[in-house]
Design a protein around this ligand. Structure first.
Ligand SMILES: Cc1cc2nc3c(=O)[nH]c(=O)nc-3n(C[C@H](O)[C@H](O)[C@H](O)COP(=O)(O)OP(=O)(O)OC[C@H]3O[C@@H](n4cnc5c(N)ncnc54)[C@H](O)[C@@H]3O)c2cc1C
Length: 490
């Protein structure tokens, strides 16, 4: 029987042996690699179509994320050349008890895709899309595909996934691991509600197709499952006809309750295809400027938008309304210009201690009022505050936890602050936790993409009635518990 390397040797192998691959791009096999630093012979390392990296730049890049707050350095980074590579490396890590974290675009804000001393699997190379053609009802994509790429490929055939996040440069695997909410969610559900099948590699290293009818327990443990049971390598996404153009409205309000009530009316009636909202500070630094952002799709999906009918009965300030007609993709990608400006100004590299909470509709006004009263422009920085409703009846994914209320409001305080000012970052993290405690006490939930200090007991509480199901799936599919420690769920 071949001798199995110990966990320690395997880790040293990741840390040292793989460097050989980096030095020698023609050497794909680790099978009998002698490491330069330890001189050990590593047995059982799998041959790969892609490559593994241990150079400082690769490790440092994956020890960071969009939050720029948490830094955990992996021992190695896999850039898979195939799904087979993911299977081989997860099996290897499972055998040796090495932790693994898949990483899409690294846009989490609290180290969720980081792994101290383990293996990061960058999913970017797994970015296949298609086939898709006129009349397709679904498209199968690699987990590393970005939503911008999926949209462009499907729009070439007049088709679109029904729901998008505000920012399109996130990976499909990354958003399906958390939920994927946006302005279409009130009608179309979250991105996780629009998946018909997943291809995953379990923590035990098995490649499995799962769906609502096939390995259903795994399907429901992976969607919004924070990577705890399997690495998503492919997803089959629902497609619907796309509009060619849309009409985009900004409707200003000066009263929080009127703003929330009108948003509720709009999502309950389904008058617009997309509804979001923002809160901004006035000259005195008080957050009491409110704007509904609403979008009506044009032909061939809807009729030509009729301003009078769409705005009837709303109580915004009519003098401040802004309307524009946009191509559908330009609307989806509307953040691109601001993101480019933030990058240009160096602000993309600032710390992002984001707060994302779902407020129960029954107490949304009271909660938002008190949370916004505590917010200062300095503590938001050059970020934004989003506040918009989703409807529970259109959210069907068990692990995406929302308040027990027909209408919930996503409150997203997208803070941006200097990364070297750690005292401020720590204070804002504590403020996030206090805000979560207030909202949780009122029946609200954490939308787990932000930076709220959270421990295993919090997660148990968060998942509530579905925690046991998730824990059972974890035990079944990732028996050694190697996947995604950065979420801190188990
Ligand atoms: C600018 C910006 C705008 C955003 N806008 C929205 C929005 O409008 N709506 C919304 O819902 N969210 C939004 N988010 C949050 C975003 O959806 C999540 O942070 C998402 O997880 C990021 O995707 P990613 O590819 O960067 O994932 P990563 O940050 O790389 O990973 C996030 C988590 O998912 C896990 N993971 C990644 N890939 C896989 C995989 N293939 N299989 C299993 N687990 C995996 C990681 O291990 C990690 O735990 C936004 C974030 C940013 C930075």
């Amino acid at each position: 029987m071949p001798r199995t390397p110990s966990r320690r040797t395997a880790l040293q192998g990741l840390a040292a042996g793989v460097a050989v691959v980096g030095f020698d791009p023609f050497s794909r096999s680790w099978a009998t690699t002698t490491t330069r630093t330890t001189g050990r012979t590593l047995a059982g390392l799998p041959p790969l179509d892609g490559s593994v990296h241990t150079d400082d730049a690769s490790l440092a890049a994956d020890a960071d994320d969009f939050g720029h707050i948490v830094h955990r350095r992996p021992a190695a980074v896999l850039r898979p050349g195939s799904v087979r590579d993911v299977v081989a490396m997860v099996r290897f890590c499972n055998e040796h008890g090495v932790s693994v974290a898949p990483r899409g675009q690294g846009h989490a804000t609290q180290g969720q895709a980081q792994v101290d001393g383990g293996l990061v699997i960058e999913t970017t190379p797994l970015a296949s899309i298609g086939p898709v053609g006129p009349g397709s009802t679904t498209v199968t994509v690699g987990a590393g595909a970005r939503w911008s790429e999926v949209a462009r490929a499907t729009l070439a055939h007049g088709l679109t996934p029904p729901t998008f996040t505000d920012y399109l440069e996130l990976s499909v695997g990354g958003t399906l691991s958390v939920g994927g909410l946006g302005g279409q969610t009130h009608q179309q559900g979250a991105q996780v509600d629009n998946v018909t099948e997943l291809q995953v590699v379990t923590g035990a290293g098995d490649l499995v197709r799962c769906s609502p009818t096939r390995h259903r327990d795994l399907f429901h443990a992976v969607l919004a499952g924070l990577g705890q049971c399997a690495v998503i390598v492919g997803a089959t996404l629902r497609l619907v006809p796309a509009p060619v153009t849309v009409r985009h409205y900004l409707l200003p309000y000066d009263d929080l309750r009127t703003f929330l009530d009108d948003q509720r009316l709009l999502v309950q009636e389904g008058r617009f295809d997309y509804v979001e909202g923002q809160v901004s500070a006035d000259a005195d630094g008080a957050f009491r400027g409110y704007v509904i952002e609403a979008v009506a799709y044009g032909p061939p999906v809807g009729p030509a938008p009729d301003d009078t009918a769409l705005l009837r009965g709303l109580r915004h300030d009519p003098a401040g309304v802004q309307t524009s007609d946009l191509g559908y993709y330009d609307f989806l990608d509307r953040l691109a210009a601001s993101v480019a400006a933030l990058k240009e100004a160096g602000l993309w590299a600032f710390a992002h201690p984001w707060l994302n909470l779902l407020l129960p509709g029954r107490s949304a006004a009271t909660l938002a009022e008190s949370l916004l009263a505590d917010l200062t422009p300095a503590d938001l920085g050059p970020g934004v505050v989003l506040l918009y409703p989703v409807l529970r009846k259109n959210l069907h994914t068990p692990l995406l936890r929302t308040p027990d209320d027909p209408v919930s409001y996503l409150l997203a305080v997208l803070r941006t602050t200097a990364p070297d000012d750690t005292a401020t970052v720590d204070r804002l993290l504590a403020a996030n936790r206090a805000a979560y405690d207030t909202v949780h006490a009122a029946g609200g939930t954490h939308y787990p993409v932000g930076s709220v200090p959270f421990g295993a007991a919090d997660w148990r509480e968060h998942f509530g009635p579905v925690y046991r199901r998730l824990a059972t799936a974890r035990h079944t599919y990732d028996p050694r518990g190697i996947l995604v420690p950065g979420q801190g769920v188990f």
